[in-house]
Ligand binder design. Structure first.
Ligand SMILES: NC(=O)c1ccc[n+]([C@@H]2O[C@H](COP(=O)([O-])OP(=O)(O)OC[C@H]3O[C@@H](n4cnc5c(N)ncnc54)[C@H](OP(=O)(O)O)[C@@H]3O)[C@@H](O)[C@H]2O)c1
Length: 219
């Protein structure tokens, strides 16, 4: 399976990349982002691309893929809706639109988050924007599209979030995370499980298009 990965420098993306590099079902990974990861591997090729709204200059490199794992995203904390929407909706749909056109047999997996608002009408800004992003992705002509909605994600294998908002609580909660996982299995997953679930869902599909933490763990 040939994978395109967005957000490989982030906490979720690092975890997903790790599992892709380990899993023999993944033959290659093309990582696209504004910066490169420090990761080096014969299966990994990195494309640093600054303008995530316009892929025309790299379009010829974007066909022939089986799946896209879209892990790029930001915390909405302190952001205006327009700025958050630009990163969350505009970047995602710009990439997805090109990939759907060039790869009609592609499975697209998007990381949104627990509490995403599919109605797009609720009062929580981030949830509305993630909901409209999910809804727009589900309308694109991919072979299949899956929306992953993790709650708490425990970083494993030395992975750290670039977002202080996530990093600080995880550092403080660190010793309690195994307990949280045991007590709240439906709200907690790990970077490892997330990556493994993406590969599994890309290969075998899943009964639902929207996967909450329990589904991610089950997958
Ligand atoms: N972490 C959690 O506990 C958690 C829980 C539920 C859902 N999620 C969702 O999972 C997704 C990834 O989260 P994460 O924890 O992996 O975040 P992260 O560690 O902060 O990583 C964010 C990734 O997105 C890229 N990115 C952010 N803003 C960008 C911009 N303006 N232009 C280009 N690239 C940009 C970063 O690239 P650079 O390295 O170039 O900055 C990085 O690869 C987000 O959508 C988040 O809402 C996370």
């Amino acid at each position: 399976m040939k994978i395109v990965l967005f957000g490989a420098t982030g906490m979720v993306g690092q975890g997903v990349l790790r599992e892709c590099l380990i899993d023999p079902r993944v033959s290659s990974v093309l990582s696209i982002g504004r910066s490169a990861t420090a990761q080096r591997d014969p299966k990994l090729r990195q494309l640093v691309h600054g303008d995530l709204l316009d892929f025309s200059s790299i379009e010829e490199q974007l066909s022939g893929f089986d799946a896209c794992f879209f892990c790029l995203g930001v915390s909405s904390a302190g952001m205006l809706e327009s700025d958050y929407r630009r990163v969350t909706y505009d970047f995602t749909l710009a990439a997805a639109g090109v990939l759907a056109r060039l790869n009609p047999h592609m499975t697209f997996i998007y990381v949104s988050g627990m509490g995403t608002d599919s109605s797009e009408q609720g009062r929580t800004m981030w949830a509305r924007v993630k909901g409209s992003t999910e809804n727009a992705l589900l309308r694109l002509p991919f072979k299949a599209a899956y929306m992953f909605r993790p709650g708490v994600i425990v970083p494993m294998h030395g992975i750290k979030s670039r977002t202080a908002l996530y990093r600080v609580p995880y550092a403080l909660m660190g010793p309690l995370l195994p307990l949280l996982k045991a007590v709240f299995p439906n709200y907690v997953t790990t970077t490892e499980r997330l990556g493994r679930a993406m590969i599994e869902v890309a290969v075998c599909g899943y009964a639902k298009a929207v996967l909450e933490s329990a589904d991610i763990n089950a997958a």
